[in-house]
Design a protein around this ligand. Structure first.
Ligand code: ZN
Length: 449
């Protein structure tokens, strides 16, 4: 038996046994579906969708009311086109109608409670049942497989706050890490020299095959090593997630650590899409049904709409998660050989758009992210803040930062802003404070309402 087959058969069986999950079942489904024809995938998804709609109508007060208001019944849905008659589910709905969004018998599905830190500014609580949690984990493992890594290979995982790291001492968590050959590092503790040294030492002594976690945390570890000329162990793959991956971040991570594959998902629905060799994001189809709605910024970007086909405790049907994508309208199959649909780029979050008083809209990720400041080297990270009147560009700089670097930044910013007629301030600092474990590259300090 190959190492990968062993891992998939034995490790997943043990995980299921210990946790009461069904990871192995879903993992097998996703692997099998790689060889399904389009027609079969669509038939499978339609059948799952109709079953979910029937359940939501019968057991979930929020959806029952929605169906009635829209004059629909589960029998109204015969194709995916019919689905569009049902309004979108928003984060505001989640915040305001949590009780009604739970199935009447939600505890029978093994529901567990989760919260989201609220990067969109709307913190939410939600529930996931046994099948949804199993599908989340299986999709994650499946994405490792697609990236050339196996379950059970040495893995270095950068995640969570110091608080969540406290849970890692539990016996169940320790056993799982042992079984899966994983070491965890708390992303939220990366804030001084000592913590970076410790991350670098752990990677170099453990020599993982896979490093995964928050994009900005992995980037700052790589940048730390680069600035100090520390030679790093190179894993087979680096999987970044949960934040936008800028071009300059990718270049530094790939230079210092190894090839990057970006993963897209959200806390509510994990494992939605993964980047292939061609840098396209392929949808993990049996996991999730994906639709796109036009974006409010009026260009080719679209808002992603997700339906989790597994979560019966708290159905997410036509969920507008708040992220925007580009490069969706294409008909050709991806050159990598995968047949599943894909998008080319994660553009940012809808809440990250800046609406200027003159009516223009700026997408900060698109305009100030990517390679905008690549010519200037002596900074660790930067943040853009909109206060309703002008933009504030904050740069956390290194000791080598010079007056010339500052002038260079000024001229780049002026060029970027020329067409928008909006003012700005440039702030140079030794440290950008962050209250959450994930770095916030854009902050909207202005409440337009
Ligand atoms: Zn591809």
């Amino acid at each position: 038996m190959s190492k990968e087959a062993f891992a998939n058969n034995v490790a997943l069986r043990v995980i299921d046994k210990c946790s009461g999950l069904r990871v192995r079942k879903y993992h097998r489904l996703y692997r099998a579906a790689l060889n399904w024809r389009r027609q079969r995938i669509e038939a499978y998804q339609l059948e799952r969708m109709r079953a979910l709609l029937r359940h939501a109508y019968d057991n979930v007060p929020f959806y029952h009311a929605r169906f009635v208001r829209s004059r629909l019944t589960p029998d109204s849905f015969n194709s995916f086109k019919d689905l569009r008659r049902l309004p979108l589910l928003t984060r505001t709905d989640l915040r305001d109608s949590l009780d009604d969004l739970l199935a009447e018998d939600f505890r029978a599905f093994g529901a567990s409670q989760h919260t989201s830190s609220g990067t969109t500014g709307i913190p939410i609580t939600y529930y996931k049942d046994t099948n949804a949690r199993s599908a989340d984990i299986a999709a994650t493992y499946f994405m490792w497989n697609l990236s050339g890594c196996s379950v059970g290979e040495k893995r270095f995982h950068v995640w969570g706050t110091p608080d969540s790291a406290a849970q890692w001492h539990r016996l169940g968590s320790r056993l799982k890490r042992k079984l899966l050959n994983a070491k965890y590092f708390p992303a939220g503790s990366l804030d001084d020299d000592r913590s970076y040294q410790s991350a670098v030492r752990m990677i170099n002594s453990y020599k993982p095959e896979l490093i995964d976690g928050y994009t900005s945390s992995i980037y700052t570890i790589a940048k730390y090593a680069l600035d100090r000329n520390i030679k790093m162990h190179r894993p087979k793959k680096v999987l970044t997630t949960a934040e936008n991956l800028y071009t300059y971040q990718r270049e530094i991570i790939e230079g210092v650590l190894g090839p990057v594959r970006d993963v897209y998902g959200c806390g509510e629905i994990n494992g939605v899409a993964v980047e292939c060799l061609e840098k396209n994001y392929h949808i993990i189809e049996p996991r999730v049904y994906v639709e796109y709605e036009d974006s409010i910024s009026g260009n080719s970007t679209k808002r992603i709409v997700l339906t989790d086909l597994e979560n019966y405790a708290m159905p997410f049907i036509r969920y507008e998660v708040g992220d925007m994508f580009d490069g969706i309208d294409h008909t050709q199959q991806c050159k990598c050989g995968l047949e599943s649909p894909y998008f080319r780029e994660i553009v940012g979050r809808t809440s990250e758009l800046i609406k200027l008083p003159n009516g223009m809209v700026i997408s900060p990720v698109t305009v100030f992210g990517g390679a905008a400041f690549r010519k200037v080297h002596n900074f660790n990270k930067h943040q853009t803040i909109w206060n309703g009147k002008y933009l504030i560009f904050v740069f956390e700089v290194t000791d080598s930062f010079t007056q010339e670097d500052k002038s260079e930044l000024e001229s780049i910013i002026r060029a970027l802003l020329r067409r928008y007629s909006v003012g700005y301030r440039l702030r140079i600092t030794e440290k950008i404070e962050s209250r959450s474990s994930k770095f916030q590259y854009f902050k909207n300090d202005y409440d337009a309402n």
